[in-house]
Design a protein around this ligand. Structure first.
Ligand SMILES: NC(=O)c1ccc[n+]([C@@H]2O[C@H](COP(=O)([O-])OP(=O)(O)OC[C@H]3O[C@@H](n4cnc5c(N)ncnc54)[C@H](OP(=O)(O)O)[C@@H]3O)[C@@H](O)[C@H]2O)c1
Length: 371
């Protein structure tokens, strides 16, 4: 990573130059990097080449200095990644999928990219293969692929999946054949639409890999203008479970509000029109001030009376409304306590929340959730 940062700085300096000067400077920097071969090897240095230099050199070189990327599975995620990597100057050379139509459609949008019927052909035509199939198919797909050595006898290929929840170990059959294996999980909900291409910049990509492949995947994330995150082996399930709170569970919180407001006669559309700007503002404030200082509402103000009355009201509604409210209020108390000056009444609020939870958790366990 440090190596890659140094080269990112060199790259930034090189971008500021123009024309021949940039070309000459690039050559010098490449020499400094000790680049001996133009053929791809699993070495981070090659992935820090700027796109402009790649295109300049591509005209005069028979072999690409960048890894050839292949995709098995041409769904929502692959459409965005393959097109984005191609836009960033990486050669995306191969796509295979369950259906020839999906593979053909994606490959036809990328210059010099071939669609293959057989996933093995995508492996043979690429240096790094992204296995972008549904999670349940990752293990079975990995078992069917063969990873040979390149012309120089090096076990140079890599197999990478993009799941946040599935273990990288599912790719062990490729590792057993000498390939590098890793995880590359973009924290973004892909729709499969072109809009994804513009929105992926600024997202984070969680990378699980060792050695040179880790540097390589980091450089690929940076090429998409994403922030690389590192995750230890075995941590994916907890990491992915927790990430639901920023995506699906944020929607579930909105759904709970809509359900409660419906009892007051609000239509869902009206409710969402009212709630979404408030949510957007809360997110902006969290970005500017951090979570504890973005907290608003009765817990943050120390309004014990309001908290007690709302808990009692929700307990009276039955179902699991009070339990959900109580558990989230417990988290709100935790955030308020992290402030430099927590509200004086935070202890009393915490007691009220815990008393209510003692009653409502039993009630929630016994009763069905309200849709
Ligand atoms: N979508 C997201 O927001 C998102 C975000 C982060 C990570 N991911 C991860 O990315 C991976 C792919 O997700 P996705 O949302 O892109 O799924 P998707 O839209 O359902 O696409 C999956 C693609 O794989 C193809 N496929 C299915 N089984 C296959 C097999 N056995 N061999 C070859 N191709 C096969 C599908 O077939 P056809 O050829 O019939 O089209 C489809 O093109 C998953 O691991 C997921 O966890 C997704």
């Amino acid at each position: 990573m440090k190596n890659c940062e140094q080269f990112s700085n060199l790259r930034a300096a090189r971008y500021r130059m123009t024309g021949l000067a940039r070309h000459i400077a690039g050559k010098l920097i490449d020499e400094k990097a000790g680049a001996r071969s133009r053929r791809w090897q699993p070495d981070a240095r090659y992935f820090c080449f700027p796109v402009q230099m790649f295109r300049l050199e591509q005209a005069t070189m028979s072999q690409s200095p960048l890894p050839r990327l292949g995709f098995i599975g041409a769904g929502r995620l692959a459409r965005c990644l393959a097109l984005s990597f191609s836009r960033a100057g990486y050669p995306v050379t191969a796509v295979a999928s369950r259906s020839a139509t999906s593979a053909g459609q994606l490959a036809s949008q990328i210059e010099h990219c071939a669609a293959f019927d057989d996933p093995q052909q995508a492996v043979d035509a690429a240096d790094i293969v992204f296995l972008t199939v549904p999670d349940d198919s990752i293990g079975t797909s990995a078992h069917t692929l063969r990873f040979g050595r390149d012309a120089a006898g090096r076990p140079g290929k890599a197999l990478v999946h993009c799941s946040g929840a599935s273990p990288v170990e599912l790719l062990a059959p490729a590792r057993d054949q000498g390939a590098s294996i890793g995880g590359f999980h973009p924290l973004y909900l892909f729709s499969g639409e072109l809009a994804d291409l513009d929105r992926i910049a600024g997202c984070s990509v969680t990378i699980e890999a060792d050695g040179a492949l880790k540097d390589t995947l980091t450089a690929l994330a940076l090429a998409l203008r994403c922030h690389p995150l590192s995750i230890p082996a075995g941590g994916r399930m907890l990491y992915h479970a927790a990430a639901h709170y920023a995506a699906s569970f944020a929607l579930c919180s909105l759904a709970e509000c809509v359900a409660l407001w419906r009892t007051l006669g609000f239509a869902e559309d009206d409710a969402l029109r009212a709630l979404l700007p408030m949510l957007a503002g809360t997110i902006e404030t969290a970005r500017d001030k951090g979570l504890p200082n973005a907290l608003a509402g009765p817990v943050s103000r120390g309004d014990t009376g309001v908290v007690e009355k709302q808990l009692a009201l929700l307990e009276g509604l039955g179902g699991d409304h009070a339990a959900l409210y109580g558990l989230l209020s417990r988290r709100a108390v935790g955030l308020a306590e992290r402030r430099a000056s927590p509200p004086a009444a935070i202890g009393a609020i915490s007691e009220a929340v815990e008393d209510s939870l003692n009653r409502s958790l039993n009630q929630a366990a016994a009763g069905a959730s309200v849709k």
